[in-house]
Design a protein around this ligand. Structure first.
Ligand SMILES: *[C@@H]1O[C@H](CO)[C@@H](O)[C@H](O)[C@H]1NC(C)=O
Ligand SMILES: *[C@@H]1O[C@H](CO)[C@@H](O)[C@H](O)[C@H]1NC(C)=O
Ligand SMILES: *[C@@H]1O[C@H](CO)[C@@H](O)[C@H](O)[C@H]1NC(C)=O
Length: 470
């Protein structure tokens, strides 16, 4: 690389290197629940485009709406689809029903749409079917999970698509202190089946956990900071664990209940499939509280932190919810869990921006205070190149980074290589940036390079110089 000048000042380069090196570590995505019980919501296509410029890289939906599955094709976003409670009995009854559901609802969208899990039912074990407090048939849930998994396995898809089911905290007999929590007695047999199944298939245990409800129902005995993810002095468990927030305590209560089934030495990931705080509807539901809770929840989701019992086991989190849903039944607060209004403006300020996403396009949502478009592409035929008028100093440091600590094999741009001509910084940097982008999974943030990168759909290769594809 003798033809390049050494950088004039070391500081910008060091800063840039640090920034670039931090990317894979610090950008841990956040999940969000995308409910659609509103008559004022944007189209799925728009939602998918808009989410690409945010931190959100996983979206959970409550059905298998083909319009949504289609909309999320070729995006950098993973999808968790759901089998509605009302369909569970059908899918449990025989494997051909599972087969036909999968082949009509899911398979047509693979692999362009990255479906990573099927949530079978939602809070199925604690949902009552009539006024006599009768619950849905617990064994049907387990059978439906087995049937779906068998069909996925027969298509070789069981590693990619996990089968699980989200529970409510009501599956626990008690949740405090966390270390002595257990499942409700009547659920122990089916929980044993489900937990064994999840451990055998490498699927996460999903729990919907809302410190909000605990605080709302008991504002005099529950500390608000503790519910809002930030109590300085903490709450002590007799086994020595100290909880600065109720969500962690709830997670460890679930962990203890699982361990009490006799699974203490098997690894089972716990995922918060829903958590959030409404901005309207009662005394606890204020925009201020919602903002504090969801801001901290998103920070928590991005961190690699576990809980006091398992500090190293990262907890994946799906925020509830993307939109306020004006057609939802129940309390007013139930319609006001959204971070966004139907028009795409934020209900309150919460930072979902992805520092390393380019976000060059706007799709019409409120620009200043809402979602903005742009983002990543995970389909075939996409490359990353340097912007035509990018600053030379930055390009130089990008090139140095890619060919050095970035790990790109840059032989092709050195003298004698196929991409040495034209001997121009822009051309050499483009080659290196594309190689880096392809190597790192073609995430939109891998083609940012301090704003000098550009994702393109036309092959930049010329003559003998080939730009690799993933
Ligand atoms: C399950 O649902 C499918 C599609 O609605 C239907 O054709 C089938 O008869 C149902 N099977 C059972 C056992 O209810
Ligand atoms: C933390 O929560 C506990 C239990 O509710 C409470 O006793 C304590 O005062 C709270 N600490 C702070 C600093 O709010
Ligand atoms: C895990 O626990 C089971 C049941 O208690 C026991 O049979 C098994 O030996 C344990 N395995 C390990 C590796 O500790």
């Amino acid at each position: 690389m003798g033809s390049y000048h050494p950088p004039l000042s070391i500081e910008p380069v060091v800063l840039l290197l640090l920034t670039l090196l931090m990317v894979p570590v610090s950008v841990t995505g956040v999940g969000i629940n995308y409910g659609t019980l509103g008559n004022n919501l944007p189209s799925p296509k728009k939602v998918a485009q808009l989410l690409q410029s945010t931190l959100i890289d996983k979206v959970k939906i409550y059905d298998s709406n083909p319009e949504i599955l289609q909309a999320f094709s070729n995006t950098a976003i993973d999808l968790i689809v759901s089998l509605e409670n009302s369909r569970v009995a059908n899918i449990s009854s025989d494997i051909s029903a599972a087969h036909s559901w999968l082949s009509t609802r899911i398979l047509p969208f693979l692999p362009a749409t990255s479906v990573v899990a099927i949530a079978v039912g939602n809070e199925y074990l604690t949902t009552t079917v009539d006024n006599n407090d009768d619950h849905l048939d617990a064994n049907a849930l387990f059978k439906a999970m087995q049937n779906l998994h068998s069909v996925l396995a027969s298509h070789g898809l069981d590693r990619k698509i996990k089968v699980t089911t989200p529970h409510s905290m009501a599956v626990l007999a008690s949740s405090f202190p966390p270390s002595s929590a257990t499942f409700a007695m009547n659920l122990v047999p089916v929980m044993t089946d489900i937990v064994t199944f999840l451990a055998d298939t490498g699927a996460p245990f999903m729990i919907n956990a809302y410190p909000y409800f605990a605080y709302r129902d008991n504002p005099t005995s529950v500390n608000l900071d503790y519910a809002l993810l930030g109590n300085a002095s903490g709450v002590h468990d007799p086994k020595g664990y100290v909880y600065s927030n109720m969500l962690d305590a709830q997670m460890d209560a679930v962990r203890s209940a699982i361990d009490a089934l006799g699974f203490g030495n098997r690894s089972l990931e716990i995922t918060v499939s829903e958590s959030g705080w409404p901005s309207k509807g009662d005394n606890a539901a204020t925009p201020q509280n919602a903002k504090i809770y969801n801001t901290r929840l998103i920070e928590r989701a991005q961190s690699n932190k576990g809980t006091p019992m398992k500090p190293k086991d990262r907890i994946e989190i799906f925020v509830f919810a993307l939109f306020n849903e004006n057609k939802k039944e129940g309390d007013e607060s139930d319609r006001n869990f959204g971070i966004f209004n139907g028009d795409g403006s934020k209900v309150y300020e919460v930072d979902l921006s992805c520092e390393f996403c380019s976000g060059t396009t706007s799709f019409g949502f409120s620009e200043k205070n809402g979602l903005s478009g742009g983002g990543g592409v995970r389909g075939p035929s996409v490359w990353c190149v340097a912007k035509p008028h990018a600053d030379d100093k930055v390009l130089q440091s990008v090139l140095d980074f890619c060919c050095g600590p970035g790990g790109v094999y840059c032989r092709e741009v050195y003298e004698g290589g196929n991409c040495f001509q034209p001997n121009k910084l822009l051309a050499h940097a483009s080659f290196a940036m594309n190689a880096y982008y392809q190597m790192h999974g073609r995430n939109y943030w891998n083609c940012d390079f301090k704003g000098t990168g550009l994702v393109t759909f036309s092959d930049p290769s010329y003559g003998e110089c080939r730009y690799p594809q993933q």
